[in-house]
Design a binder for this molecule. Structure first.
Ligand SMILES: [Mn+2]
Length: 396
């Protein structure tokens, strides 16, 4: 690798901040059950502690996304405790995720529920979540709705769209000037006939209807198979409407597998569109890079370290695309040279440059190895085993 390329890798790594999900450290399961891990986090403090380990070893994860119902049951009143934990473990609160799907009242939806009382409660929860985010000094309110229906004819799709527009617009008025509202989409699950925000176009229209601080959140697992996600990313960038990502990989549906474990070239192509946009426009894409994964079988902290280090590799590879050469080849419709720009970058081994970057930051060459040698896993496995085996029924 040339020194210029090493420099590109360094520059890319400096800008990449990956937000970890608090729920990624707790015991989570599938529809069929949970396999409990002795080391899983059983409290918000343990989630902060685990995220702090990942950040200390990778230097790339200064924030942790929080789920209001699971992490902040006391609401705004609990925010002082959260800030204390954040300071103790060196990881700040990240996006605040309202929970609009777990309570019994949400059986037929939240913002799309035909019962106005339920819609009101859902809106109040989002407004309260915004207040929590303010108290925590976190910027993003991250909205995912499980709303939808299972059978044709059972939901008034147009009326529900109107309710979403109205309630998102009202929720937007609760944002302070620095805050953002992120609207996530998903084509199916848990609803299997229609989902109220099924794709990026619907999310885009709703975000536009909500107000100027609303952007779209792309969860990589929330697409039909074979959908061209990097094209969606390119369009949202071009519309200045890409707010953030929930990264994960999948083979079939929303499998929540480790980023890049199934299709690393897909992740590379997404990162490429971002780097190319920044190079071409000379602007910085203000994107929240968040992870939304659920590891039932792998060790949670290890899977998280694997996610972060692999994201760094793919982000660095994508930074190596020769943009000037690519733009010239595209201009002349020189197909193979253009395609080769991506393939050459994808094939480069960025690991030595990443090791160098880590050394320059005083970080371990291999965060995974350093984690295994730290004794942290053994310690928490002993401390938490009993609590985990008698775990409650909550999802995270
Ligand atoms: Mn998600």
């Amino acid at each position: 690798m040339t020194s210029k390329e090493t420099e590109k890798v360094f520059r890319a790594l400096e800008t990449l901040r990956i937000e970890l999900p608090s729920w990624g450290f707790a015991n989570t399961g599938t529809r069929f059950g949970k396999f409990l891990q002795p080391a899983a986090a059983t409290s918000l403090e343990e989630k902060f502690s685990d995220a702090g380990q990942v950040h200390a070893l990778t230097g790339a994860c200064p924030t942790m996304a929080l789920h209001v119902l699971w992490d902040l049951p006391k609401g705004v009143a609990g925010s002082r405790d959260v800030i204390n934990l954040a300071n103790r473990y060196g990881v700040q609160p990240g996006a605040v995720n309202p929970n609009l799907f777990q309570d019994q009242i949400y059986k037929h939806g939240s913002f799309g529920n035909p019962d106005p009382d339920v819609r009101k409660i859902a809106l109040e929860h989002v407004v309260e979540s915004t207040a929590i985010a303010k108290a925590l000094n976190s910027r993003d309110i991250s909205l995912w709705f499980a709303d939808g229906s299972n059978y044709p004819g059972t939901a008034n799709i147009r009326r529900r769209k109107k309710w979403f527009e109205e309630l998102l617009r009202t929720a937007h008025t609760a944002l302070s000037s620095g805050q953002r509202m992120l609207v996530e989409y998903k084509p199916f699950e848990p609803a299997f006939y229609h989902t109220d925000i099924a794709d990026w176009g619907m999310a885009l229209l709703l975000a536009r209807a909500a107000g100027p601080q609303a952007k779209v959140l792309v969860d990589t697992g929330h697409h039909y198979l074979s959908q061209n996600i990097e094209q969606i990313v390119a369009w949202l960038l071009s519309e200045e409407m890409l707010g953030g990502f929930h990264f994960n990989d999948r083979r079939y549906a929303d499998d929540d597998l480790t980023l890049g474990s199934i299709d690393p070239y897909q992740v590379f192509r997404i990162f490429h569109e971002i780097h190319y946009f920044e190079w071409e426009t000379g602007s910085h894409a203000d994107i929240a890079y968040m992870v939304d994964q659920s590891h039932n079988l792998k060790g949670k902290i290890e899977a998280t370290i694997q996610t972060v280090t692999f994201a760094q590799e793919l982000f660095a590879k994508a930074a190596l695309v020769d943009h000037k050469r690519l733009a010239a080849a595209q201009h002349k419709a020189d197909l193979i040279p253009a395609e080769s720009c991506l393939q050459d970058a994808f094939a480069s081994d960025v690991r030595p440059a990443i090791r160098e970057w880590r050394r320059s930051k005083g970080l371990p060459d291999s965060p995974m190895q350093a984690f295994h040698e730290s004794g942290y896993l053994e310690r928490i496995s002993l401390e938490r085993a009993e609590r985990n085996m008698s775990t409650a029924a909550s999802y995270a």
